[in-house]
Design a protein around this ligand. Structure first.
Ligand code: ADP
Ligand code: MG
Length: 682
């Protein structure tokens, strides 16, 4: 019933006729609810000022008593100047208004007024901006300012909202059960909507915002998780369990002990593989935290039980590297691993496709072309994607489709603040490896200006002479007329000249897959000691003997990219270094450089990046898939998001939620959003 009223056309609001209703429609405000939820984007704060503390030219609000009939001088028909004397406490001042002769009516001798305006200390005068009769009313201290359009002025908007509140605030439904309000000391939704528009104090405004942000995030989470619950795909019938003994044997053959974090996420994943529903899980872990071996265990579990697994990566280099390391790990066991990238062609390709189709192949490793093509599997049970953040939205969708048939594990080394991960990859479970294998030495990071180049070269020389290798990263492949930044081809030529007794490799995106592989292999086998490259080496590449990463024009890279690049070193037992060469002119880039030197913790960097750039930029606007909120701002409110998520999860698990009356309105909300019918969310 009450909801129905909220859906009424805006013309039911007092003072809103047909034409104003049309204007509101232009602002996408069609219903009473839309209007009530059209929140101010900022506020004017008026606070009474003691004149003795007022500063010249400051905007101040004062209360005073009118001392004379205002004088008005007209300069022309439109131009005029009004003046009057006002007693403010012990001070007698002049108030001035230009071209507003009608203010005279509100300035009656002996009456009290409240005025906001600009203070001229030298003349002892105040130029009127706003004038109210009487002392300052509590409610006008903070005035809402709305984004408006066309003939709707801010003043008009205030009036419309004031009227809507008077007429309809009683119809605002509080979806939250009362115990939530006590638990978090939240004001009622009615109060919150009233206060967000017309705050009675700064504190109340803050509380109103807190309440409404919580609402927004909680309802969002409730929807998301209800969706997840009702849309979980039951693993079709014959999900025979996997042999855990085999898995234990495999783990025992590893040359190292798993870290606690690796053990924890491995268990989460194996539990999913055994569970009645298909896995849809994000595994995040910092660079070098050892995600590959976790993926290997999961793939092993599947393959050793007679099923198939697929591992997909964004680049061919990575596909080859993974094939190599998985083959090494699985050597003692008879599991067939095949590489399927676009460079596998002709007869060889047909053979592999056939082996996959008949189930001879246990594990397929390839680039994401794997999902785009019609590769036919015998019994695909697990799909793992490495460096997931590099996949576009489309690939993610395809994968989700695949997920209807198999378990899906997404791995990413871009540490996403957990709370944000939850909202971006909302309908997934999230596992986090929050620990590096022990014994790693912290990578020492330095930020230097270009004039230090001679010393950097000397440092590279020193590392090379102890047998180590170095990566040199540049933003561009070749010289550009537009950009004054270093390019790989020139730097490669310079360094080959300088370090003539060493071999310098060159890697960039314009090389063919075969060329890239040759360059990479040479570097891996220490046939070249320096590798000059663009960011193609960014993800996943593993050369433990490399101990030095030098990044030219480092300000041109984002924090997470710098962190990824730095992660190419420090993968062996050697002390490793990262040198950021940058003039870093803007404050933001300086902060990025400083932050890189300060910490090697990817999660810390990610949180910092999030604050620095906001969530939209953090993920890149187009692909972010971030929901848009009315009030909540994930850069600031992501802690609330975590709380809301937990609350939603707890609530959905309760039997009472599905029965009791106090949850009726939340259930109705879910039903209205189509979640309970199993419709799609996005
Ligand atoms: P990432 O998470 O960045 O993909 P990798 O899986 O490439 O990291 O692992 C980085 C390196 O750490 C590899 O050389 C791997 O063999 C090693 N490693 C992984 N787990 C452990 C562990 N528990 N103890 C010691 N070394 C480990
Ligand atoms: Mg990796």
């Amino acid at each position: 019933m009450t909801r129905q009223v909220m859906k009424s056309q805006t013309s039911v609001i007092q003072g809103v006729g047909e034409s104003l209703s049309e204007e509101l429609h232009q602002m996408k405000l069609n219903t009473v609810e839309d209007v009530l939820h059209y929140f101010p984007y900022r506020y004017n704060h008026y606070e009474l000022k003691d004149l003795s503390e007022a500063v010249h030219d400051e905007m101040i609000t004062i209360e005073g008593k009118v001392q004379n009939e205002p004088l008005i001088r007209f300069f022309s028909r439109k131009k005029s100047r009004l003046t009057a004397k006002l007693l403010v406490g012990r001070y007698l001042i002049t108030i001035v208004a230009f071209n507003r002769p009608f203010l005279k009516n509100q300035l009656k001798l002996g009456e009290q007024v409240t005025i906001t305006g600009k203070w001229d200390q030298h003349r002892g005068s105040l130029t009127i901006l706003e004038l109210h009769k009487g002392p300052m009313p509590d409610s006008s201290r903070i005035e809402p300012v709305y984004a408006v359009k066309g003939r709707v002025t801010v003043k008009k908007m205030r009036r419309i909202i004031r009227n809507s509140l008077a007429q309809f605030s009683k119809d605002i439904v509080d979806d939250l059960p009362p115990f939530f309000l006590t638990r978090y000391r939240l004001m009622t939704r009615q109060d919150a909507v009233q206060e967000i528009h017309f705050p009675t104090s700064r504190e109340r405004l803050k509380q109103a915002r807190r309440r409404l942000v919580y609402d927004e995030l909680f309802l969002f989470q409730l929807k998301l998780q209800a969706y997840k619950m009702t849309n979980r795909v039951a693993a079709n019938g014959g999900q025979a369990s996997l042999s855990i003994d085999h898995v234990k044997d495999f783990i025992n053959t590893l040359p190292f002990e798993l870290t606690e974090a690796q053990k924890k996420v491995t268990k989460e994943i194996l539990d999913d593989l055994h569970g009645p529903y298909h896995m849809n899980r994000l595994l995040q872990g910092d660079v070098g935290s050892g995600k590959t071996v976790v993926a290997a265990i999961a793939l092993f579990a599947v393959a050793s039980s007679g099923y198939q697994g697929a591992l997909m990566v964004p680049t061919e280099i990575l596909a080859e590297q993974h094939t190599e390391s998985l083959k090494a790990m699985f050597k003692p066991f008879s599991i067939q691993i095949d590489l399927l990238t676009s460079s596998v062609k002709g007869k060889r390709r047909q053979e592999i496709l056939e082996k996959i189709r008949t189930g001879q192949t246990g594990i397929v490793i390839g680039t994401h072309a794997l999902i785009q093509e019609k590769v036919e599997f015998n019994h695909l049970r697990l799909v793992v994607t490495d460096e997931q953040h590099r996949f576009g939205v489309e690939q993610r969708r395809l994968l989700k489709e695949k997920g209807k048939e198999a378990d899906v594990l997404f791995m990413t080394a871009t540490p996403i603040p957990r709370t944000l991960a939850i909202s971006v990859f909302g309908d997934m479970d999230v596992s986090t490896i929050d620990q590096l294998p022990s014994g790693r030495k912290k990578i020492k990071t330095y930020w230097v200006k270009t004039d230090m180049l001679p010393r950097i070269l000397a440092f590279i020389q020193k590392e090379l002479s102890t047998g180590r290798q170095a990566y040199i990263i540049t933003p561009l492949i070749e010289e550009s007329e537009q950009l004054d930044v270093q390019n790989a081809i020139d730097v490669h030529a310079q360094l080959q000249q300088y370090f003539h007794s060493y071999t310098v490799g060159l890697m960039h995106g314009k090389l063919t897959a075969q060329e890239k592989e040759n360059v990479m292999t040479a570097f891996k086998e220490n046939q070249s000691q320096i590798l000059v490259s663009t960011t193609v080496v960014e993800v996943g590449v593993n050369v433990p003997n490399a101990s030095l990463m030098v990044i030219y024009d480092a300000e041109r890279f984002g924090l997470s990219q710098l962190h990824q690049l730095r992660g190419r070193v420090g993968r062996g037992a050697y002390q490793s270094y990262c040198i950021l060469i940058s003039e870093a002119k803007s404050q933001e880039s300086q902060e990025r450089m400083r932050m890189m030197c300060e910490t090697t913790d990817g999660f810390e960097l990610a949180e910092f990046d999030l604050k620095l750039r906001g969530p939209g930029d953090f993920f890149g606007k187009k692909q972010s898939g971030l929901p848009e909120f009315r009030l909540a701002d994930l850069a600031h409110d992501y802690r609330t998001l975590a709380v809301a998520r937990q609350d939603a999860a707890d609530l959905l698990r309760k039997k009472e939620f599905w029965k009791e009356d106090i949850f009726l309105s939340l259930r109705r909300y879910l039903k209205d959003s189509g979640v309970l019918e199993g419709e799609r969310l996005d």
